[in-house]
Design a protein around this ligand. Structure first.
Ligand SMILES: NC(=O)c1ccc[n+]([C@@H]2O[C@H](COP(=O)([O-])OP(=O)(O)OC[C@H]3O[C@@H](n4cnc5c(N)ncnc54)[C@H](O)[C@@H]3O)[C@@H](O)[C@H]2O)c1
Ligand SMILES: [Zn+2]
Length: 392
């Protein structure tokens, strides 16, 4: 019999909005976004990252007041559900189940909304649950860290860690909308404010030399977390990430290449080796530095560009070495090198790592020389000596 073959065309417009104080009653944005669903009654479950709820204790009441101040069709199905945030939240199914149980108990349907407000880990957990219930509820993301607003929260993926592997279980599920509310960042600890810069530098390095120049010219403002500089950085970084997803030709990552994961093979391994002591963005800064030095050592990148990149990362406040880089296995190999294998396995197919040809232009390679990676990481160790408290 002849095979049946039909293209299935799915059109999705990915929308990322920018605002301040989305939950003040006079801000119309959330109502406009939810109203875009077009139904007469919209039941909404709001989930809240505990870390954010503690940093902004008035937020829960503000969310409830926002819904109370709106006439139907938006109905808060239950008080906001606060859940533990941070990487630990992704290390089991417990919170995914909790969100699924709430969706079931509240009898939410496929036209209901799950609005998640929190860091990248919280959005990954809740987005995953929202994608599973009824095979996908409408999911609105309100990222509350610099990293999530500049990168992870504006994408189309979710998931949790399992079997010791980062993001081992998850789905591709474009959210109904993303709202970047800059006021959510106000009480963010300095460490998390900075962490997101790593993803902005990453995407500038592989995609946009002018953006790299812009970051470099505002290092001081960014290191001091001046609001205007931070907001512009987030906007451009989000734009570059979304543009890549929408126009890069592989939104659901079927191929082997993933340029947005520049620096990430080592970063993901370092996060796990540090038991998630290192934030994702902090590990990415180290991963970027490692692959930048490697690019110079294999003569892809000129030394002046390499130095410029390392200096920028340092001036933004990143430490470009972690003790975990020095861990060796029983055979004497650096454990971090195992990250290359895990990276290949996660992507599928042939190992494809993005290196740098110049600022603004990545270059794909299919192998990395372990010995040169070793030299690159020793160079980072040497460079970080004063910060390690070792004799100069
Ligand atoms: N889905 C994707 O496409 C994608 C892409 C990149 C990264 N990620 C994931 O994102 C996660 C990292 O996210 P992150 O950097 O946002 O960190 P995070 O979610 O781990 O949050 C860091 C800490 O900040 C707290 N917090 C969050 N918002 C706060 C606020 N406004 N004020 C005070 N505290 C707040 C959290 O409770 C947590 O303790 C990683 O798990 C990473 O794998 C996902
Ligand atoms: Zn990342």
């Amino acid at each position: 019999m002849r095979p049946i073959e039909q293209p299935i065309l799915a059109r999705h417009v990915h929308r990322v909005f920018f605002t301040r104080d989305v939950f003040v009653p006079e801000n119309p944005l959330l109502a406009e976004v939810l109203g875009g669903g077009g139904q007469t009654l919209a039941r909404v479950l709001v989930t809240l990252d505990d870390g954010l709820a503690q940093a902004q204790p008035a937020l829960t009441a503000r969310i409830e007041a926002w819904f109370a101040s709106r006439p139907a069709p938006f109905i808060l199905a239950a008080p906001p559900l606060a859940l533990p945030g941070g990487e630990a939240a992704k290390n089991s199914w417990v919170l995914v189940n909790e969100v699924l149980a709430a969706i079931a108990q509240l009898r939410l349907c496929r036209h209901s909304y799950v609005v998640a407000v929190g860091g990248g880990a919280h959005l990954d957990v809740v987005g995953f649950a929202a994608a599973l219930a009824h095979r996908g509820l409408r999911h609105v993301r309100l990222p509350s860290t610099t990293l999530a607003q500049a990168d992870s929260g504006v994408g189309v993926k979710n998931g949790i860690n399992a079997f010791g592997r980062k993001n081992f279980v998850g789905t591709f599920a474009p959210p109904f909308a993303v709202i970047n509310d800059f006021a959510l960042l106000d009480a963010l600890p300095v460490r998390d404010k900075r962490a997101g810069y790593a993803e902005a530098v990453k995407v500038a390095l592989i995609r946009d030399a002018a953006f790299f120049d812009w970051i470099e010219a505002r290092t001081r403002a960014l290191a001091g977390f001046e609001r205007a500089a931070v907001e512009t950085l987030i906007h451009r970084s989000a734009e570059l990430h979304v543009t890549h997803i929408a126009t890069g030709g592989d939104p659901f990552e079927s191929g082997s290449a993933r340029p947005l994961d520049f620096g990430h093979w080592a970063a993901h391994k370092l996060e796990a080796l540090s038991d998630y002591r290192l934030r994702h963005g902090e590990a990415v800064a180290i991963g970027l530095a490692l692959d930048t030095v490697y690019s110079r050592r294999v003569s892809l990148l000129d030394p002046a560009a390499c130095d410029r990149i390392l200096r920028l990362l340092e001036q933004l406040g990143f430490r470009l070495f972690a003790e975990e880089l020095h861990q060796r296995d029983a055979s004497g190999s650096f454990v971090v090198l195992g990250g290359l294998d895990e990276f290949r396995e996660h992507l599928g197919g042939e190992l494809t790592v993005t290196l740098l040809a110049e600022v603004g232009r990545g270059l794909e390679v299919h192998a990395m020389d372990p010995e040169i990676v070793g030299h690159a990481l020793e160079e980072l160790a040497w460079r970080a000596r004063p910060a390690c408290g070792l004799p100069a």
